[in-house]
Write a protein that binds this ligand. Structure first.
Ligand code: XIL
Length: 339
């Protein structure tokens, strides 16, 4: 009798586990990935077509420049929130998610910091005050923050920015801790380029972030900027998949934060190469349990940071005339597809 009950229970548990497994699988397939875009203040204010595309065709906005330290904190006791506020308020009114970019970045350090931060203590004080003021100001409005941007070099060494030089690598976990104190609900992200595949830099990044996580440093996700060149022969969806699995295994979420595909070296502008790359990356993000969003770095080609350097870059989903490229529909179908 006891044996029969035991068998019945085992079979029962087996069936329940199988049902749970199927439900979980189902959720994975049905996961939606938000398509996001970075917003530049000037066209946001002055170009109606730009604003329409940005509002209608995307689900999340990243403030491209106006939250960077040089801009938002131009003098020691002065914060310049107004432009970012306008973008954030508009986004919220239109039910868009908002990504804050970026609290700590060696390439955006105002001059006053270079004068006032002279040792570890003064640098920590300045950085904490900066992070807590900015995050506090946008508490409940910014859904996810790129807390630290670009802290490692390709060879895996730390980038020698002012914070690293004065505070040491500790500036990274401290920044996350301070951000969390200022907004317990925002998603906190470490953001970088060339970390979508396994290489020296991304290995060092992940190893270090995993160590911080074990020490309860509040890092929720890893941002993959995903600035790609269409001609890059090393582009490999398989390797992106591997890295996404690797990151997921360590309990981090993933966001693709600044995607563009530079076409300047491709003579045949009609080729599908750009569309295929966007699509493949979109598929990997969709497949990964960890990847929740794909943001492109600009609304249309005329407002891409790459067009400033080379007008043949044409890296985005909308062309110079603000017309949708075929890739837009391909990508959105993948990201929104449900079974
Ligand atoms: C770029 C902006 O797109 C430009 O408009 C600005 O002049 C310089 O910064 N990685 C990042 C982004 O994290 O902040 C950069 O944005 C592009 C590279």
């Amino acid at each position: 009798m006891i044996k029969r009950i035991f068998i019945a229970m085992t079979v029962g548990i087996g069936i329940i586990s199988f049902i749970l497994y199927l439900t979980e699988k189902e959720e994975t397939i049905n996961k939606e990935v938000d398509l996001g875009v970075s917003i530049k203040y000037e066209p946001f204010k002055s170009n109606e077509d730009y604003l329409n595309i940005a509002t209608e065709k995307f689900e999340s906005w990243t403030i491209e420049n106006e939250m960077k330290m040089s801009f938002i904190h131009p003098r020691e006791n002065e914060f310049n929130f107004s432009k970012a506020d306008e973008i954030v308020d508009y986004a919220k009114k239109n039910n868009l998610n908002v990504r804050g970019h970026t609290l700590v970045w060696g390439s955006s350090v105002p001059d006053w910091v270079k004068e006032k931060a002279v040792d570890s203590d003064s640098a920590k004080k300045i950085l904490k005050n900066h992070i807590q003021n900015v995050v506090g100001h946008y508490k409940g409005k910014v859904d996810s923050w790129d807390v630290v941007n670009e802290a490692w070099e390709d060879d895996g060494s730390y980038t020698e920015n002012i914070w690293y030089k004065l505070i040491g690598p500790e500036y990274i976990p401290l920044s996350f801790k301070w951000a969390r104190e200022a907004d317990p609900n925002a998603k906190l992200v470490y953001n970088d380029f060339n970390n979508q595949i396994i290489n020296k830099k991304s290995k060092q990044m992940l190893k270090t972030l995993v160590g911080y996580k074990k020490d309860n440093i509040p890092i929720d996700g890893i941002g993959m900027q995903m600035h790609l060149n269409a001609e890059d022969p090393t582009f490999s969806p398989k390797n992106i998949e591997k890295q996404m699995n690797n990151i997921e295994k360590h309990g981090f979420q993933i966001e693709i934060t600044e995607m563009d595909v530079n076409m300047k070296k491709i003579p045949d502008k009609e080729s599908n190469i750009q569309s295929d790359i966007y699509t493949k990356v979109g598929e990997e993000c969709k497949k990964s349990n960890a990847c929740g969003g794909l943001t492109v770095w600009g609304v249309d080609d005329s407002y891409s940071w790459l067009s400033e350097k080379d007008k043949n870059a044409t890296p985005l989903l909308f062309n110079y005339e603000g017309e949708k490229k075929d890739v837009y529909e391909r990508l959105i179908n993948i990201l929104e597809e449900t079974d």
